[in-house]
Design a protein around this ligand. Sequence first.
Ligand code: CMC
Length: 392
Amino acid sequence: AGVFTYDPGYTSTASCDSTITFIDGDKGELLHRGYPIDQLAGKSHYLEVCYLLLYGELPSPAQLEDFESRVTNHTMIHEQMHFLFRGFRRDAHPMAIMVGVVGALSAFYHDSTDISDPWQREVASIRMIAKMPTIAAMAYKYTIGQPFEYPRNNLDYASNFLRMCFAVPAEDYEVNPILSRAMDRIFTLHADHEQNASTSTVRLASSSGANPFACIAAGIACLWGPAHGGANQACLEMLREIGTPNRIPEFIARAKDKDDPFRLMGFGHRVYKNFDPRATVMKQSADEVLELLGIENNPTLQVAKELERQALADPYFAEKKLFPNVDFYSGIILEAMGFPTSMFTPIFAVSRTIGWISQWKEMIADPQLKIGRPRQLYKGETLRDYVDIEKR
Ligand code: CMC
């Protein structure tokens, strides 16, 4: 027996110590290794942020070049994995495919992933960062019945991903640099977020010493849920369901009704009770992309803008400190880029991989590492004797 603290949803329990990401929810502050997210999203780019999260410092030009070249060396996935994709139903959700395919990487790299060896941990980390865009793009191509596009290592990370998703063999494809920049920002803004549900899942799974690719697959599974990474898909689907701005008050009333489980997707956050600093940057990016594509009049996007206005003016949302979160705006950008909603969460998974990997690496290297083993508050029957079946 012992005394345990009961904290459902871990609203006030720190599960680890970490030097990677700092969040002050009241101030709306998010720092990676001390650097504010708006500076990173404005001046840096995704692979540099990956380096920062993984190694703790910004790279020198030579270190960055070396890192980028190591990542691009691993962008292909084993040709045999194509068979794995082909085993899925054509209409499978790309997240389901990703859980399976990333889990299967543990079979491909089992013998070469000894997590007690720092070098093998390093290779596993680079492999994950490099292969996730390829896997997500292949999951997409598979579900739309198009041939897989191989990675192109002369392109930057975001452009390569866009190309693998949107290029088709019959046509030339040129990546639009503004869209590529917006994609890179989406990756950067989702890179890490301290001990959120999926990261905690990766840490808990890895605390037993399990294969890291299998642990990342567990993180992808957790991210899929609509209260977490699935919110961007759920948000866009909600905007489509609302359909026209005149129906917004009806949905706002439903979100406020305690007898109705409906919530405004893309609003609210466990930690940010003031504003989500990622949302501020993402909103600017959304405006840029819509202007570039000349689709400010898209009906879904008009509903989004009007919903944002009406919700922010409503005292219910103000009192409960519910603001649009990062996924409200990322969904709008991805919709404008031409991604189907089913790809929104896979894109979040690609972005968050570096967070999962960095937190995993930090945890595995900790000499104090203990297996994660929460306790419980038991509310079941007390001791009783077994009753033979004929007497029941
Ligand atoms: N619409 C309407 N009411 C809401 C919403 C919402 N989106 N979010 C919270 N509330 C209300 C909730 O009903 C509760 O009211 P009361 O105090 O009267 O019971 C109060 O606000 C506090 O909510 P909570 O569920 O206790 O807060 P939480 O910190 O457990 O939940 C959340 C955070 C993000 C799960 C929640 O705000 C939510 O479900 N939002 C919609 C889903 C979403 O957009 N998720 C993405 C989060 S950002 C990306 C990521 O982390 O993956």
